[in-house]
Design a protein around this ligand. Structure first.
Ligand SMILES: C[S@@+](CC[C@H](N)C(=O)[O-])C[C@H]1O[C@@H](n2cnc3c(N)ncnc32)[C@H](O)[C@@H]1O
Length: 287
């Protein structure tokens, strides 16, 4: 069975309103695959009936939204950003933050936590004694945030990008799963945050490195650039913003382009707060 176009539009509109993620026509099969287990568990005869229920039942609505966010992730995903972090970003921050010896990193669409914990592992290996680091992991999905806090992963998830030596060093067996060490868990703090919410960022401070990876692709053009506009004050003036490898900003509107500069770090292009041009040097008033 494929869901009717009216049900698809109803659920796609809900997802867009709540998360800004765009489900285009043709993704009916995906909605159906993701909602069928929830429909069965809720005692609904089919996904159509479940979608109708979601419009009035707030508990089921939260579950449906959690199921429809795309949570694809892996350890050290794409490798090159993590290489750039160790080879270029961290050495520079160790110099510039020598006075405070404190680093703040934000994984801004953290999914089940592999991104935040991958960074935590690198910090554990490369941060000199006497330094502290805080990693903030945020996501719109409360189910994903529960997973980050639990720090438990299936064997299939462990097989995706985690070197065997790293597994042995930071994980212990917990039944059929693997549990990340309490030390790493202590460095990662979770917070619910909807990137598309215009006021969401007021609750977070300024970060030395922000990972905003593989999430902008799910938004429309206006939402993507609104997020990049609002993100600017939350990246330290000498900080780094890392996007996903397929997330291009070449078509940035002029006002957003003025906020960011790009810097090649190995095989990764980082976004960095653009240095503001002092008014006096560009426009000589009265000249
Ligand atoms: C494909 S995963 C990317 C995870 C990780 N950053 C990576 O690169 O592996 C996308 C994540 O973005 C989250 N997401 C989707 N819409 C969001 C929104 N409006 N605000 C915050 N997170 C959102 C999803 O819940 C999902 O966990």
């Amino acid at each position: 069975m494929t869901i009717s176009s009216s049900s698809f539009h109803l659920i796609a509109a809900l997802v867009r309103r709540e998360t800004a993620m765009v489900y285009e026509a043709g993704k009916e099969y995906l909605v159906e695959a993701r909602l069928t287990p929830l429909a069965t568990a809720a005692g609904c005869p089919d996904v159509e009936a479940y979608i109708a229920r979601v419009s009035t039942d707030l508990v089921e609505r939260r579950k449906a939204l959690d199921a429809l966010t795309i949570n694809e992730t892996s350890w050290f995903r794409d490798q090159t950003p993590y290489q750039a972090f160790t080879d270029s970003i961290l050495p520079r921050l160790l110099e510039s933050r020598a006075a405070t010896r404190r680093l703040r990193i934000w994984s801004a669409a953290c999914s089940s936590g592999q991104e935040a914990y991958s960074i935590a592992m690198l910090l554990d290996q490369h941060l000199p004694a006497g330094w502290t680091a805080e990693i903030l992991a945020t996501d719109v999905s409360t189910a994903m945030l529960d997973r980050v806090r639990a720090g438990r992963y299936s064997q299939v998830e462990m097989n995706r990008g985690l070197p065997a030596t790293t597994l042995v060093r930071y994980f212990t067996r917990a039944g059929t799963e693997w549990e990340v060490s309490p030390e790493l868990r202590r460095t990662v703090r979770t917070q619910h945050l909807n990137l598309a919410d215009a006021y969401a960022f007021t609750a977070v401070g300024t970060y030395d490195v922000v990972l905003l990876r593989n999430v902008l692709i799910y938004f429309d053009h206006a939402t993507k650039y609104d997020i990049l506009r609002r993100m600017r004050p939350h990246v330290a003036p000498d900080g780094f913003l890392l996007l996903g490898s397929s997330e291009t900003t070449l078509d940035m509107p002029a006002d957003v382009a003025a906020l960011w500069s790009r810097e090649q770090l190995g095989r990764v292009q980082a976004h960095r707060p653009a240095v503001a041009v002092p008014l006096a040097s560009s426009t000589r008033i009265g000249a």
